[in-house]
Design a protein around this ligand. Sequence first.
Ligand code: ZN
Length: 405
Amino acid sequence: MNLQERFLQYVMFDTQSSEETGTVPSTPGQRVFSEALAEELRGFGIADVRLDDMGYLYGSIPSNVDKPVPTIGFIAHVDTADAHPSPKKTPRIIASYDGGVITLESGAVLNPATDENLRRAQGCNLIVTDGFTLLGGDDKAGVAEIVTALEYLAQHPEVQHGKIAFSFTPDEEIGTSQDHFRVEEFGADFAYTVDGADFGDIEYENFNGASAVVTVQGVETHPGEAKNKMQNAVTIAMEFDRMLPVWERPEHTEDYEGFYHLMHMQGDCSTCTLRYLIREHDCQKFAKRKETIHKMAELLNFKYGAGTVQAEVKDGYRNMSEMVAPHMHLIDYAKEAISELGVEPRVPAIRGGTDGAELSFKGVPCPNLGTASWNHHSVTEVANVDHMEQTVQLILKIIEKYAAR
Ligand SMILES: [Zn+2]
């Protein structure tokens, strides 16, 4: 089975995760897929394949060199986002893409004018859906690439390598995949998630993330008798929001620029609640942003009276760059390998979080590699088969570089 066939087979498994069920894995389809993966890997002659009762698949291929080489791990997630359903019919293959606009059956359009990855894909074989469902390249492209690389290693014992660890995890899309991930069971010194966008991308700088809940307590009176008595919680909440810099919103920021994002606002004259996401790459600026929220609450309490505004700030994920920076070989080897495959590596800053960030703080520095699929969580999701094959080569090259050093 070649990579394309493997990928097309994987995307037909319904592995949508769900925030509703509260089980681990959150949906039974994920376990069905992981069981099939375990069987496939054992079929390659890989002896160490372990599927735990929470649906986490771990395994390894032993070192075949007689010198110490760090154990390198590769991780992908088996679930797909619940934004749209999984494919109901076999996705469409576009052979040697001509560089034009692609119209899907649903009428959804992929336009190279607004899609850099699509412009880079001219002449390549692409895979798309009918436009009514996800493709599921996030992250089955990553799964198929890691499995294909493992198959190659199993069949080519002459390729020298250290111990290679792998793991396929459930429930990444609902943000709980790291909750039950067992670092010792995985056993890697360093790892890569294969869960990014196009081939050639290496990501190791992500946002620091926090959330803030601001609650305004108003004073309600009859509007006719409100003078010097009423304090309208909604207008005070609006005042709070207006104190934040307009240009530090998601819609006005890019690259390394952080933001405050007002996600939700609800209330009436008596109480009003604002919910924010706070995002920033730089640690110090991140701390400053969180402090700003508290200071603004203090100022409004000075103006309207103690207890009017209450701000609660909660930390979410952290920027993994500080954990990866002491081990820049992870980035350098990946960059070298991508260049050797004839592509200019790109190292974009992630404007979100990643599983690798959490893993990096658990002691396994873990940058993220592109999967050669993109437009994730959308019906216009697309995979580039040629670039997927290059991603397999990239995984193998990284493994060889660690064995050779
Ligand atoms: Zn993903």
